[in-house]
Design a protein around this ligand. Structure first.
Ligand code: BEZ
Length: 211
């Protein structure tokens, strides 16, 4: 059964490149990103892991823990890590789950048999501190993901968790946001005494309250 937004992210125990983890305890009070790779020693995955390692300070700044998964064993992950450091110029600085028996891959529906019946697709799950799934993405093996977009979505998720706003297309932190339709004009006047920019009664912009 596919995981849906708002579902509790399944807990699991697993071996990783940083030792055994219990997933919910590992997340703790943070946000988390769990992302899968088809397998070790593959070119697109190598570039993806290098990119995430390079962006790690950006995830840290947002209080987000990142963890990768590939179905190969830890020993392979360790050998592959050396290649990643050599070719991408950055050391793996987050754990990589080893899932040789596909326990986690099945739990998170990361194997899509019509695409590949053995290896995982490129799944992404954003999980909040309450362990709820807040974003899912599924990419095919042939397409590397855009991790800057993931940071952008995290900014939106973290902002909208604390304010009754939504973020428009291509929004970046610091740009105007939208007052959600559920907020009446009377409520909006209380929240935004300085007013808002009204394009339509249902399209009302205010400055980013998190900026
Ligand atoms: C890759 O990571 O390059 C890859 C993995 C599986 C299939 C195709 C590409």
């Amino acid at each position: 059964m596919a995981l849906r937004l708002g579902d509790t992210a399944p807990d699991f125990q697993a071996s990783t490149t940083e030792g055994p983890i219990s997933f919910h305890s590992w997340i703790g009070d943070h946000w988390a990103v769990l992302f899968s790779h088809p397998r070790d020693y593959t070119p697109v995955c190598t570039t993806e892991l290098g990119t995430v390692a390079r962006l790690k300070p950006e995830f840290d700044r947002r209080g987000v823990k990142v963890i990768g998964l590939s179905v190969d064993p830890v020993k392979d992950h360790e050998g592959w890590s050396r290649d990643i450091e050599e070719t991408q110029g950055v050391r793996l600085n987050f754990p990589l789950i080893a899932d040789p028996d596909r326990t986690v891959s099945r739990l998170y529906d990361m194997i899509h048999p019509q695409a590949d019946d053995t290896f995982t697709v490129r799944s992404v799950f954003v999980i909040d501190p309450a362990k709820k799934v807040r974003l899912t993405l599924t990419y095919p093996a042939s397409t590397g993901r855009n991790f800057s977009e993931l940071l952008r979505v995290l900014d939106s998720l973290q902002l909208t968790a604390h304010h009754q706003v939504a973020t428009p297309a291509d929004w970046q932190r610091g740009q105007d946001v939208i007052i959600v339709p559920a907020v009446t004009a009377e409520q909006a006047r209380g929240k935004y005494p300085q007013g808002w920019r009204e394009v339509k009664p249902y399209l009302r912009y205010v400055p980013d309250p998190g900026a």
